[in-house]
Design a protein around this ligand. Sequence first.
Ligand code: NAI
Ligand code: MG
Length: 352
Amino acid sequence: MNYKIALLKGDGIGPEIVDEAVKVLDKIGEKFGHKFEYTQGYLGGESIDKYGIPYSKETAKICKESDSILLGSVGGPKWDNVEPDKRPEKGLLAIRKDLGVYTNLRPAVLFKQLKSASPLKDEIIGEGLDVMIVRELTGGIYFGPREYSDEKAVDTLPYTKGEIERIAKKAFEIAKLRGKKITSVDKHNVLDTSKLWRKTVNELAKNYPEVEVSHMYVDNAAMQLIANPRQFDVILTDNMFGDILSDEASMLTGSLGMLPSASLGDGKVGLYEPSHGSAPDIAGQNIANPIATILSAAMMLRYAFNLTKEADAIEKAIAEVLEDGFRTADIYTDGLKKVGTKEMGNEIVKRI
Ligand code: NAI
Ligand code: MG
């Protein structure tokens, strides 16, 4: 099959890490008989330099004509002084909104070879931590009506049944592809939106008898992620709870350079990108860890193109590279083999 991928390399380490992901995709194409065709668009600072704004019509068109989007990262000190509405990070919000991507998938996977990077004790982190946080991304308290004065400020937390249903559906579909277990996280004892959330999830659960559903209060979920993180498979939650819990979960794995993400909507085009930023402090030095971006490409194969074997092959190659002792600087410990961005990409390609 042919797949059209929009590449938005972005700023800082973006171009370096996206180039490695492309190498890996091309190897997958060669091995499994697919053709990936790339079109480059521009987002963030590079777009400001080219078009004067962080997300342009030109790039929107490229994205919408593609089957999927692979994004590096945006932002950097070069654009610190542009006016707030035109900052690189505004490009990210604009593209998410434009594509209607209301689902944010943030997996927290601990490769057993990196166990010592986790802040949790060995016996608690154990082996095989693999949690998928499914966060609602375009509703809830970050988007509710608000008011502000110096005496009183108000944020509101609205959710419609439709908004809950569509994110919950995504979580069920994803759970079916994984451990078939959903923990829906809310604050049902206090919030009305959580009542609607729980009711809607329970109704939907009837259509997915193969998926086991349970509910948990968010404060308990925050504790359980530290006390017994391996009990979770898929965590389904709203925008703000998901924001906080996904950052908490990501830290269990100990390394920003390893964490992919995906943002999906009902349109055909999803956005796949590493969870980290543009790391301007290490840009252009061939030392950034490309694995978060390569894992994002694997998520693209799995969720956008339904290429499960191919996604598995990438994840397996990464595990083997780590097993063989190759490390970029951010995950390096004494006695192992320190490699740069390109070398890490090459080692992964070799094992596919
Ligand atoms: P950051 O994630 O870029 O960097 C934090 C620290 O982690 C830095 O020391 C960096 O060197 C290191 N790091 C990040 N990714 C790495 C990788 N792949 N390999 C090795 N080390 C890595 O966050 P920071 O410094 O807060 O933000 C820098 C810029 O990135 C800012 O302009 C910020 O707005 C932007 N940003 C963009 C995001 C995006 O594009 N989705 C997300 C977060 C921040
Ligand atoms: Mg956050």
